[in-house]
Design a protein around this ligand. Structure first.
Ligand code: COD
Length: 306
């Protein structure tokens, strides 16, 4: 079981495979520090795509080998497309977001020519190490799908569960989050949650113990569940939180990072190759953890085939 990011780093190192990362808009010190740490750990090499005049001095500053290939493209969206194309051509096995905004980066991932589409829904999976918690928490989708339909929520769950299975979590506990446990048409998240429980009962999802609708207090605390008189097999032991929309996921993750000192890694699932997508404000350490998570995914080929 992966209890924390040290376990993720160790598992990625133990796989003894070195991936090449194609970095989109690599002119960012934190990204280059993460790439350097990944090289030193033997996890990955890199091709840096972006503004070469800005990248080279930063490489010197962080002590990244001058042998690391740099592909010049000053325009941010074009750099994202070029970085994706390198992965598509097989010159790199992992795509990583640098100093480009998430939407432009994701448009490159989805580009019909250069991109890494599979025909499956692509979704973002966040992995959080939260101080005081005994295991990693996974959350989806706070990074890509804005207001997922029921069918998209099923795909988001499938992507996350397959990835977690490949990380050694065989049958994760899943909370389909809502504001409370009562199903009401006035709160569509509760209706979808009930439908997802039925889909899972009918065998429509990869192995998991899924409950919903479930409020965050019950998901986090066995005592809260007992107090509210709710019978739950997963209260206080949730592995994966499915959020109803992107705002919820984004806000929860950022609150955990800034208020609780959580560390976060982020990857996009469902593409032909693993994709590292963290916030531009994420620390070099968070970016390194994301690379390690993506390398694990790459080695296990979990993100899906062509
Ligand atoms: N998976 C597979 N295909 C997709 C997906 C997906 N998740 N999203 C869109 N597509 C396909 C559509 O089927 C269509 O063929 C094409 O892409 C364009 O679809 P649009 O018009 O909905 O796409 P865009 O380009 O307007 O938006 C797609 C984004 C992923 C860029 C958009 O959804 C977005 O900006 N998401 C939020 C990113 C973000 O800001 N994250 C928060 C910060 S971390």
């Amino acid at each position: 079981m992966l209890k924390n990011f040290q376990d993720v780093l160790a598992a990625a190192r133990d796989s003894h495979t070195t991936a090449t990362i194609s970095v989109a808009a690599a002119q960012d010190k934190d990204v280059l520090q993460a790439v350097k740490a990944a090289q030193e750990l033997g996890l990955a090499n890199a091709i840096l795509v972006g503004d070469a005049d800005a990248i080279r001095p930063l490489m010197d500053e962080v002590g990244l080998s001058p042998q690391t290939p740099v592909v010049h493209e000053a325009d941010l969206s074009k750099a994202a497309l070029k970085a994706a194309a390198l992965v598509k051509e097989g010159r790199a096995q992992v795509l990583m977001k640098g100093l480009v905004n998430s939407s432009d980066f994701l448009r490159a991932v989805l580009d019909h020519e250069a991109g890494l589409r599979t025909g499956r829904l692509l979704s973002h999976l966040a992995c959080l190490e939260i101080p005081g918690q005994e295991k990693l928490a996974f959350l989806s989708d706070g990074g890509m799908n804005i207001a997922p339909s029921l069918a998209e929520k099923k795909d988001i769950l499938t992507n996350a569960l397959l990835a977690m299975h490949n990380m050694g979590l065989d049958c994760p506990n899943v909370a389909v989050l809502a504001a409370n446990e009562v199903v009401s048409p006035k709160m569509p998240a509760t209706v979808d949650a009930q439908a997802l429980v039925e889909i899972n009962q009918a065998g429509g999802l990869p192995c998991c113990t899924l409950e919903g609708p479930i409020a965050m207090d019950v998901a986090l605390s066995r005592e809260a569940a007992a107090h509210k008189g709710i019978k739950s097999a997963i209260a206080g032991a949730v592995d994966l939180y499915l959020v109803p929309n992107i705002e919820t996921g984004n806000i929860v993750s950022k609150a955990l990072i800034y208020l609780a000192g959580a560390k976060m890694a982020g990857i996009v699932l469902g593409a032909t190759k693993p994709v590292v997508m963290t916030s531009r404000a994420e620390s070099p350490q968070g970016k390194l953890y994301s690379i390690a998570l993506a390398c694990l995914a790459a080695n296990k080929n979990e993100s899906g085939g062509e």
